[in-house]
Design a protein around this ligand. Structure first.
Ligand code: S3P
Length: 196
């Protein structure tokens, strides 16, 4: 961005992107299983933007699953790839970007996320996340004896981080992805940090 202050609202100490121009990006953050990919695809369609899912893109580029990246390179290796990809996609325009649930774990990513576009935090109760991740084996961090406890721990650490980077917090509850995507479009027309 040529001018750091262009299209931004200074919210306390934080700069929040409020650019409503048509070619801006929307960035979805939130925990595993919340539906970033499904909602993101619908949102992209509604807004005529391109969609990119960071995990799927990493899998496409490496030719292996996220689980295999974790196995070979460890979580650290995965996070390095995730940060590099984030920096790359943040420079694009007119995209809906679905990030991996752990993207907020590296502080260096926070500013990149904010600069990438308007950041939306999708959140849901742990019981719902658990239900939605139960049958998916491609989430190495949940490959534990007690995935519920793991999700609770992760949410305890990450929920404040998601809130730090997002201008809008949206509870998924039992709303369908379609309704959520429409809701996001509506909320995006009223810039400002809020919880719905
Ligand atoms: C992770 C979430 C996953 C994926 C990786 C690590 C996390 O993405 O990036 O398994 O740390 O929460 P999703 O949120 O798309 O499942």
């Amino acid at each position: 961005m040529a001018d750091d202050h262009a299209g931004k609202r200074v919210d306390g100490e934080q700069c929040v992107e409020t650019d409503t121009s048509n070619d801006g990006n929307i960035v979805l953050v939130g925990p595993m299983g919340v539906g970033k990919t499904t909602v993101g695809k619908m949102l992209a369609k509604l807004l005529s933007k391109q969609f990119i899912d960071c995990d799927l893109e990493l899998e496409r580029r490496t030719g292996v699953s996220v689980t295999t990246i974790f196995e070979i390179e460890g979580e650290d290796g995965f996070r390095r790839r995730e940060s590099a990809l984030l920096a790359e996609v943040a420079a694009r325009t007119n995209h809906v970007i679905a990030t991996g649930g752990g993207v907020v774990m590296r502080e260096e990513n926070h500013e990149i996320l904010r600069r990438a576009g308007r950041v939306i935090y999708l959140t849901a109760p742990v019981r719902k996340l658990l239900r939605r991740t139960r049958n998916n084996r491609n989430r190495p961090l949940l490959n534990t004896a007690d995935p519920k406890a793991t999700l609770e721990e992760l949410m305890q650490i990450r929920d404040p981080l998601y809130r730090q980077v997002a201008e809008l917090v949206l509870k998924v509850d039992d709303r369908s992805p379609d309704i959520l995507a429409h809701r996001i479009v509506k909320e995006m027309q009223q810039p400002g940090r809020q919880e719905t």
